[in-house]
Design a protein. Sequence first.
Length: 424
Amino acid sequence: MPRPAESPNRVPAEAPPVPVRRPRHGRPAGPGPALRILLAGLLALWAAGGAVTAGPIAFRDAGPGLSVAHVVRDEPWSLHVVRVDRHHPGLGFFPSLAFHDRIGLNPLSEQVALFPKALGTVEAAINGDFYAVENDPMPGDPRGLFLQRGSLVSAPIARDCLWFDTSGAPHVDTVRARFTVRVGDSTPVDFGLNEDFDGARPVVLTRAASPAPDPWDPGAGWVLARDGSHPWLPLSPGRTLRGRVRGPARTVRPEIAPDTLLLHAGPGLRPHLREGATVVLETATEPSLAMAVSAIGGGPALVHLGRVTGKSAAKAFERHPRSAFGWNGRHGFLVVVDGRQAGLSVGMTLAELSEFLVELGCDEAINLDGGGSTELILGDGILNSPCYGRERATATGLLVVRAPASAPTGRAESPGTSSARPSP
């Protein structure tokens, strides 16, 4: 389906204001650059308990394995950073959909509130990937790859994305989907995943898209179910699933059962669709994501091997609010820079953000959605100042989760790495 431009300058549809817990910021003042820096630094130190610097980046403790910094520079820039000890027992990264495991649009604070307590406690969160906005046929459809607990929600789009392996280690790759579906003796054809059906190719919907966002055309929607003992759900990367056609969808807005899929087939596949027909789904990717447990889109990659990549994107040379995730051998970093707010922060270009990430100590880093979506939460408070003066309803987030005290604390069992592994 056509996806929204990756501009951070999208204007959201009007919505009732959402109360935002606004932080106190140091605001540069005075006639000269030196005086502005000094006053901003002193005021921010008072406001944030010593976390703000106008020079070297200083962090203050924010809980076991966590620290926070507020960096003020003289452009003016206001940046917030949450640093996560990647080796701290029980801490992990977890990609969230708007309604935890369902596609839609929801403020980041609500995504945090919906996180199941059985999986742990959300300590921090940052907004995630670009997405289909309010007026699109499937609002909240992530623009790129999304993988949650081993289950695919959105396919990659030949763009940089962030994924975590079974040990919890992050990776950035440009991933391409090689997803195909075959019904009966048909020729395998590419299929889209949890997206609007535009007639160009078949679309498979999982429970994450339930209920189907738009009424289905009569005869176009078909229910797919397990075929005996053949491998079936979850729909994970790099697998071959064999199912059967249970029958046509009986309603125009079908609820997708946990053990079924819905296939919206175009004219090419419809002659092969009948009750009992075999269906073969292939979810190969290049490179392979066989070791991936969770993933979230974004892009481009901003830092690689400790150096700025120089990659560009739409609006790359303009200053906007921006968000990013970076890491090195010891820490992960959730980073936001406010923008479009005179006197507080003008925002950054991609190059400026990349340089800051290198200064921060990132060996690798990736850009996330920006503009009005830019948001960073720590505990129960929003650290930054959203440019619309309120939270924006977004599609995805990247959460820092502390596992329950009773849960095992090994890396493979942390919240960001635990997975419902593929069924036999």
